[in-house]
Design a protein around this ligand. Structure first.
Ligand code: SAH
Length: 256
C-alpha cells in the first residue's frame, strides 16, 4: 500500500517537474530584473562565493554567471533540474566555476561565513521568507548580501477571493513594510526593494499556457495532470484579475 502510494506520488511529482522544466524559468523573472537586483550589490570578485538557492534549471544563474566573475553554486532539490543546469554550464563553458548540486534549502551544504551572496528567485517561499532569511544568514560573511524575490501584497485591503487564495497557498504573504521589518529583524540591513514588473508574470504565464495545451494532450485522461493544470490556470486567471494587489518584490539585504 505504502509502496503503491509512493509510486503514484513520484509519478505525479515527475509530471509536475516535467511541466516546469519545459520553460527557461520556473517562476516570474527576467534577465533585466536579475541584473537590476545585482546592481545593488558591490565588491564581488573572482574570489567571491555565491549560492543560488532553489536554482531550478538555472535561467537566472546563467545571467549571474555572465555578469560576475565569482564561483557560483546552485542548490536544487530536483535532480533533473540539476542535470539540466549542469548541461547548460558545460555548453556555456563556465562549468569550472558554476555548478549545481542536489540539496535542500532547509539544510544548505555550506560552511558558516563562507558565502558573499545568497541569491534566490521564486524559491524562498518553500521554506518561508522569515525562516529562510534567519537560517541562511549564518552562511554569509559579515557584509555579505542576500537577494530574493517574494510574493507580496501591494495594498492594505484585498478582495476576499484573492486574499483567500494566497492565504491558503502561501500564508506568509504580507505587505512590503512588514517584509522589510522581517528582513531587518533577521539581521540584515534592507538595501533595496523593488517590484518585479507585471510583464515577468504575464510572459511566464503565457509560456506556461503553451505547455498546458501540450500536457493535456500528452497526459490525456490523467486526473492529477488535469487537476494540476486547472489549478495553474486558476492562479494565472487570478493574477490577471488582481495584479494591482500583489506580485513579486525583489528584496536585497546586507548582513549586519
Ligand atoms: N530560481 C528558479 C526556479 C524557481 S521555482 C527560477 O526563478 O526560475 C522554485 C525551485 O525551488 C524549484 O526548482 C524547486 O524544485 C526548488 N525547491 C523547492 N523546494 C526546495 C528545497 N527545499 N530545497 C531546494 N530547492 C527547492
Amino acid at each position: 500500500m505504502n509502496e503503491e502510494k509512493q509510486t503514484i506520488h513520484e509519478f505525479d511529482l515527475s509530471i509536475i517537474y516535467d511541466y516546469f522544466s519545459s520553460a527557461e524559468r520556473q517562476g516570474p523573472g527576467s534577465p533585466e530584473i536579475t541584473l537590476k537586483a545585482l546592481s545593488f550589490i558591490g565588491g564581488l570578485t573572482e574570489k567571491s562565493k555565491v549560492a543560488d538557492v532553489g536554482c531550478g534549471t538555472g535561467g537566472q544563474t546563467m545571467v549571474l554567471a555572465h555578469n560576475i566573475p565569482c564561483e557560483i553554486t546552485g542548490v536544487e532539490l530536483w535532480p533533473d533540474f540539476v542535470s539540466q543546469f549542469n548541461k547548460s554550464t558545460q555548453s556555456n563553458n563556465i562549468h569550472d566555476r558554476v555548478k549545481a548540486l542536489v540539496g535542500n534549502m532547509e539544510n544548505l551544504p555550506f560552511q558558516e561565513e563562507e558565502l558573499d551572496l545568497i541569491w534566490s528567485e521564486g524559491a524562498i517561499y518553500n521554506i518561508g521568507f522569515k525562516r529562510g532569511l534567519e537560517e541562511w544568514r549564518k552562511f554569509l560573511k559579515q557584509g555579505g548580501y542576500v537577494a530574493v524575490t517574494e510574493n507580496t501584497w501591494f495594498t492594505e485591503d484585498r478582495p476576499a477571493e484573492i486574499q483567500e487564495f494566497w492565504q491558503k497557498a502561501y500564508p506568509e504573504i504580507d505587505t512590503i513594510p512588514n517584509k522589510l521589518v522581517q528582513m531587518q529583524k533577521a539581521g540584515y540591513l534592507p538595501v533595496a526593494a523593488f517590484v518585479v514588473p507585471e510583464t515577468c508574470w504575464t510572459d511566464y504565464y503565457s509560456v506556461m499556457q503553451a505547455t498546458q495545451e501540450s500536457f493535456l494532450t500528452k497526459y490525456k485522461g490523467n486526473k492529477t495532470t488535469e487537476e494540476f493544470i486547472s489549478y495553474q490556470r486558476y492562479e494565472a486567471e487570478l493574477y490577471y484579475k488582481y495584479k494591482a494587489h500583489y506580485g513579486y518584490v525583489f528584496y536585497i539585504g546586507k548582513k549586519i
